[in-house]
Design a protein around this ligand. Sequence first.
Ligand SMILES: [Zn+2]
Length: 424
Amino acid sequence: MRRSVARPLSAFAVALAATVAVPAAPLAAQEAAKVVLRAALVLDGAGKAWPNGTVTVENGRITAVGPLAAGASVTRDLGAVTLIPGMIDTHVHLTWYITSRGKLHVDNDGDGPIEGALAAAGNAWKTLEAGFTTVQSLGSPEDAQLRDAINRGVIRGPRLITTLGSLNERSGGPEALRDSVRAFKRRGADAIKLFASKSIRDGGTQTMTDAQLQAACAEGHAQGLRVVVHAHDASSVMAAVRAGCDQVEHGLFADDAARAAMTRAGTWYDPQCSLVFRNYLDHKPWFDGIGNYNAVGFAAMEKVVPEAPKQIARAAATPGLNLVFGTDAVAGAHGHNADELVCRGTEGKQPLDALLASVTSQAAASLGLAKETGTLAPGLAADVVALDGDPRKDPRAYQRVRFVMKGGAVVRDEPQLAARKSRG
Ligand SMILES: [Zn+2]
């Protein structure tokens, strides 16, 4: 989704730094201690499962995963829960928020950098509490300060990968696009976001030319950056694939040929099932009257609602297609990311083992982070989530997060509930 942002970055940075700091010492102490977590079921996110399993954590990293060993000293018995890797959402917009006046924040609406910073910090916290320890924001300039505040421990939030902004058909010819990609790299972008088609509210037809896409994706790769492309219709999806871009977002009107092209090229594909549409349609007053959020736009989204799960089902039934998890969480949707998993696993008919991989190990692979997170395995960051239930049997278990650890630090814990379940 697209929105213009023109607030001064320095003011935002100052405001973010001024928000309440989390003391560093207790966090550091927690990370240093050796912790052995036990749970009724451990799923590594890459296909392995251990009933009555343990995850051992030292210095913020996982050092062992497997069945409970005889004589092992469990330091934390989480009871009748399922441990999975910290979840990953490859498409969010953490700086989007609803103002105290009940409207989507836009430039010059009376909110200043402090409101923006607090809202972004709140969105990061809600997302982390929902079990998402890594997100990719596609993306606004303020993500840079948000990312740094999270990394410094000023606020708590998920590991943040960001494009810091986006490019589109109006960003100039191939040479200008190459310059812009290099400028994003200099500003600290982790990836590049392109808009190759109109929004769903405007028909979703191709906007960037093949030459523009080829220049932007080739330059991204030359700079060591992945390139993620917003593309709705089959023509724009195929153009992104031909240009060698890494990930297609949305692709709601992708056809058999477009899915075959993505499969052959190994392109990551992230079609949304429900959260982003329901968030707009169930809260129209938040958005109504802003940009293309009008009667025509809402009607276009209403039409998509029954079609979107069918697109998930067709993608899930395409052998070899790299279906990855992303919600396009915008203002109001942060912390509800798991609702999208429920849609994919029910109406979307995505097999539940594949769904788990798509939000953990496969999502990490799509971000180039497979050696850092996304799997419960020795050597990786201790990003661990406990669910009430087995997500391979019931995708609603993703909505019942009971415990969240990020990099060895416990950021959400509901011990009484786990203990009660364990007894009963
Ligand atoms: Zn988006």
